[in-house]
Ligand binder design. Structure first.
Ligand code: GLU
Length: 281
């Protein structure tokens, strides 16, 4: 019987992988392999304004150089606009248009207050929001335990199609995770808060919920998340073993010396299995 586990790594191709994204890639890879499951890679280029040409190819090469080899074809969100459109049509009675500016929203409240629910937008272009009538306010996370929404924004009617007509990340990520049969989402803790919105959408679009694990976030010396905006350097594939060992340390695994990357990863999978008491039969 194949393992029912299916995980994924879903980088945004806004630049090459940096150390923070390697930690997320490694954590999701180890969890999938420790469950004898599949590990998919999806290029999240739904936000065309953030995507950098050539970055997806660089990321895939960096993953391979680090022995993080995925199962099945790589899915690219930019090929899936018609699928997102179709889902919006399915969700039609949960949706409404909104032409509020960020400034107008902030002037009224900390989060969006549902102002356009009962009003026809007067100007175009406008965004499309999801009526979040049954918000998810708590969920069980395998790393953090029970997580409760820390702001009322978890109740917000969030955007599923942006004012610039791009499909929103919140919609695309849920549609794709469901379509790809993802059972386990393992990613950085910067995505803990959006998980409440995403789980609300899951409730509408699927009969099941994914398991979640949000990994410790890598921060720079002044406490900011490592990111391309903060000029985090690209990982250097010539130091793949050292990079993997350092990333594993972030995930609370101490790895010994190994012959090569494949050997190091198989030790890491075994250690992850022990750490999380994963049994596969
Ligand atoms: N594409 C997102 C990012 O690079 C990750 C989305 C996810 O793992 O759900 O931050």
């Amino acid at each position: 019987m194949p393992s029912p586990y299916r995980g994924r790594f879903a980088p945004t191709p806004s630049g090459p992988l940096h150390f923070g994204s390697l930690v997320a890639a490694l954590g999701s890879f180890l969890d999938a392999k420790a469950h004898c499951g599949e590990w998919l890679v999806r290029i999240e280029d739904v936000d065309k304004t953030r995507s950098q040409s050539g970055a997806a190819e660089v990321i895939l090469k960096q993953l391979q150089d680090h022995g993080l080899v995925w199962d099945g074809p790589v899915v690219q969100q930019s090929d899936r606009d018609s699928i997102y459109q179709h889902k919006l049509e399915q969700l039609a009675h949960y949706l409404y248009s909104c032409d509020c500016s960020r400034k107008a929203i902030r002037a009224r409240a900390d989060c969006y207050d549902g102002y356009c629910r009962t009003r026809q937008p007067r100007s175009s272009p406008h965004a499309i929001r999801f009526k979040n009538d049954q918000p998810v306010l708590t969920f069980s996370d395998r790393w953090h335990g029970t997580v409760t929404a820390s702001t009322i924004c978890a109740r917000e009617d969030f955007i599923v199609r942006r004012r610039d007509q791009l499909y929103a990340y919140q919609l695309a990520v849920v549609v794709d995770d469901i379509a790809q049969g993802i059972t386990d989402i393992v990613r950085g803790s910067d995505l803990l808060q959006p998980s409440f919105w995403q789980l609300s959408l899951w409730q509408c679009l699927a009969k099941r919920q994914p398991r979640m694990m949000h990994l410790p976030l890598v921060v720079d010396p002044v406490g900011r998340k490592l990111s391309k905006q903060n000029h985090a350097p690209a990982i250097d594939s010539r130091c793949a073993m050292d990079n993997l060992r350092a990333a594993a340390k972030y995930l609370q695994l101490d790895l010994p010396d190994a012959q090569d990357v494949a050997d190091l990863l198989s030790i890491a999978v075994e250690k992850w299995r022990k750490k999380w008491q994963i049994t596969t039969d």
